[in-house]
Design a protein around this ligand. Structure first.
Ligand SMILES: *Cc1c(COP(=O)(O)O)cnc(C)c1O
Length: 415
């Protein structure tokens, strides 16, 4: 076992961190160690500036003209292409629109229709629940279609794939354990069985370099309010590989996906390319906030990001196990950094109370039922001393059993 780094060593990690200047491009409250950017990313002055401009200049002065003059109409595709660089998608394949839940529905429908004669959707039992709920919804609208779940119907995805499967919906990084799938290898297995894949990138977009095109992915969806810092409820994205553009159809046939929305024709005519995945009028202020957040991402080297993410999560695991292992805190996710996203989860019998005590002390992570304490490491604004502080506070809470105070057991509606 390697020796535990001391304060000087940890300060040296911060001093030599090539991404440390990005911290100044975010605002975080004094005294807060924020390890929940995998749930809601931090705010940035660049976002406030774009929101201000969008409201007082483009909306107040430009009024309806701004759909053309301020580029509002094209925002879903211009922002989609900027996210494309982070997820390994060449231009023209990604749009920002709707929510991840809605985009899952659209992608599943499109994929199922492209595999006539096949009726099975495969997903992971351990998936973030909305993915499963939307898969249930999609299946319920298609007579004869069924859903098979990893961990319920068979132990692994590979065991569930056969010639009846139309599409596999799969998370790149699991929201709870942080475990990362091998995108290229799994995509190939799915294709070998004649099925299509929809990758959910909610916990990998902005957390590590994703390579959708290189992996030969079919469809992908993901959030922008987590690692991409677009703000609470900012619109999601959806990707479709160019090779599918001529045949793919999605069921939410609204006018923004029409070939000629402003011809006001009586019936739907399929638009071209990735715009097909748009439905109704876009949430412009939310898109403009994301626009501001992406100006920061435009400057980020994704390989430096991944290197720092691994260093942060490795340090956290090492320190927590050394300081807190004796109190029954057990690593939940992968030990191999190559199989880990940018988050670390531990289990403990009193995870909920422990997380509440951490939050009261300004160390913000989150709790995921039934017994997980989860910490997200966003390399743009989390430093190595933040990792040390989080471990020290966790150690204090466990050592003194401060989490036993009754107020920490009271549950809010959002955990
Ligand atoms: C966060 C998250 C979502 C959220 O979906 P919304 O429609 O934005 O509420 C969906 N799937 C996964 C895997 C997530 O992590």
């Amino acid at each position: 076992m390697t020796a535990l780094p001391d304060l000087a060593a940890i300060e040296a990690m911060d001093a030599t961190d090539p991404l440390r200047a990005f911290r100044d491009r975010f605002v975080l409250p004094q005294g807060v160690t924020y390890l929940d950017g995998n749930s809601l990313g931090a705010a940035a002055p660049a976002v406030f500036a774009e929101l201000q401009k969008a409201a007082t200049d483009e909306w107040a002065n430009g009024l309806i003209r701004s759909w053309n003059t301020a580029g509002w109409y094209d925002l879903p595709v211009t922002l989609g292409d900027r996210i494309g660089r982070l997820i390994g998608a060449a231009p023209g394949q990604t749009v920002v629109t709707d929510t991840t839940s809605i985009n899952i529905y659209k992608a599943l429908h499109a994929a199922i229709a492209m595999r006539p004669g096949r009726s099975v959707v495969v997903a992971e039992g351990s998936s973030f629940p909305t993915d499963l709920y939307m898969a249930e919804g999609a299946v319920s609208t298609l007579p004869g279609a069924t859903l098979r779940l990893e961990g319920v119907d068979a132990p692994s995805i590979e065991d569930l794939i056969d010639e009846s499967v139309a599409v596999v919906l799969i998370n790149h990084v699991n929201y709870k354990s942080g475990e990362m799938r091998d995108m290229a290898a799994l995509t190939k297995k799915i294709h070998d069985a004649g099925a299509l894949v929809v990758w959910d990138l909610c916990h990998s977009a902005g957390a590590l370099a994703v390579s959708l095109d290189e992996a030969d992915a079919d469809f992908a969806v993901g959030c922008t309010y987590k690692y991409l810092n677009g703000g609470p409820g900012s619109p999601a994205f959806i990707y479709a590989a160019t090779r599918h553009h001529d045949v793919m159809r999605q069921p939410l046939s609204g006018w923004f996906g029409h070939a000629r929305p402003f011809a006001f024709e009586q019936s739907y005519a399929l638009g071209s390319g990735i715009r097909r995945f748009l439905c109704g009028t876009q949430s412009v202020l939310a898109l403009r906030a994301l626009d501001g957040a992406l100006t920061i991402w435009d400057d980020v080297d994704m390989h430096a990001l991944r290197a720092k993410s691994i260093a942060l999560t490795e340090l956290f695991i090492q320190l927590v196990e050394a300081k807190c292992g004796r109190y029954g805190v057990t690593l939940e996710g992968p030990r191999d950094p190559a199989k880990r996203g940018s988050q670390v989860s531990f289990v403990h019998d009193h995870s909920y109370e422990i997380m509440q005590a951490l939050i009261e002390r300004g160390v913000i992570g989150d709790f995921r039922a039934p017994a997980t304490i989860r910490f997200g490491f966003t390399p743009l604004y989390v430093g190595f001393k933040d990792v040390l502080r989080a471990c020290e506070v966790l150690d204090e809470i466990l050592r003194t059993e401060a989490w036993r105070e009754p107020r920490f057991a009271v549950r809010g509606s959002v955990t």
